[in-house]
Design a protein around this ligand. Sequence first.
Ligand SMILES: NC(=O)c1ccc[n+]([C@@H]2O[C@H](COP(=O)([O-])OP(=O)(O)OC[C@H]3O[C@@H](n4cnc5c(N)ncnc54)[C@H](OP(=O)(O)O)[C@@H]3O)[C@@H](O)[C@H]2O)c1
Length: 309
Amino acid sequence: MSTDTPARQDTAPDRPDRPGRRPGTSTPPIAFVGTGRMGGPMAANLARAGFDVRVWNRTADRAELLTGAGAAVAPSPAEAVRGAGILVTMLADGPATGQAATGPDGFLADAPGLVWVQMATVGADWTARLGRLAARRGVTFVDAPVSGSEGPARAGQLIVLASGPDGIRDVLAPVFGAVGRATVWLGPAGAGTSAKLVLNNWLVDLAETTAETLSFARRLGLDPTAIVDLLQSTPLGSPYAVQKATTMLTGDFTPAFALKHALKDAELAVQAARASGTELALTQALLPRWRQAAASHADDDLAAVYTAA
Ligand SMILES: NC(=O)c1ccc[n+]([C@@H]2O[C@H](COP(=O)([O-])OP(=O)(O)OC[C@H]3O[C@@H](n4cnc5c(N)ncnc54)[C@H](OP(=O)(O)O)[C@@H]3O)[C@@H](O)[C@H]2O)c1
């Protein structure tokens, strides 16, 4: 494992001297597929850093928002990758990514030589499947999910959990440098997703225990806010748990990380654990409650699991 902490890019919005390319680099045009809560700011940061970025999104309005940052909008995934050297995918999950890859106007239709950087959280099985699809089309596959949510995505402060062929690191360093504060190279493709599943397992268990702790305190007649203050004054209160606890108590579930995606990630972690011959007893136990919460709060922040605790 190695960590690169690249120098921050110049984030000036316009580069009249070199429209479309970051000066001093040979980074080819970048296709960016999936401009949602995470992909939108990531693509904007790439465009603002001076890369030639063509975006595609199923809901075109969400892609159009990025023209202000200097990105061009493509009418299909296939058009987005035409002439591009690098493709970044940041779609919801494996099925959506597979559809954009091989469906009508899919980006794998004619893309030999492309470097495909898959950054969404799609789990181990889909990562292997997408890697095989790429190999069959002469496309280099890089598995690079990210740690950090909407705020870090906007600030270009994500941590990139990169995995793939060694030879590609230098080419991707400026790309990862524009979206993140650090890149950790973990090994061959698949290792990034494994690390992401492990981190997500920690995250979902922490969110559930936060929700249960607040609910437990309330049922014992305590003021949950006082418990959060107490936790915060000791090493027990991790910044993430304290932030989620505060969100849970305010009841403002404006999404930073939608519950539907967090539930998907909990399910992906349980599946990967089973496939590796182990069991995630805590994560398995939270699934029924999270599914119940997601029935009415799928698009809300994962803090909405408090409603089922
Ligand atoms: N939010 C976070 O904190 C966070 C952090 C790390 C990783 N992630 C992961 O990053 C990925 C994206 O998350 P997000 O928060 O950006 O989600 P999001 O805001 O819901 O965006 C999802 C994206 O996928 C597209 N999409 C969904 N279903 C599709 C389909 N069937 N065909 C084509 N496009 C489809 C959406 O298009 P439309 O705009 O048309 O709906 C949108 O571009 C997920 O895998 C998530 O688990 C999220």
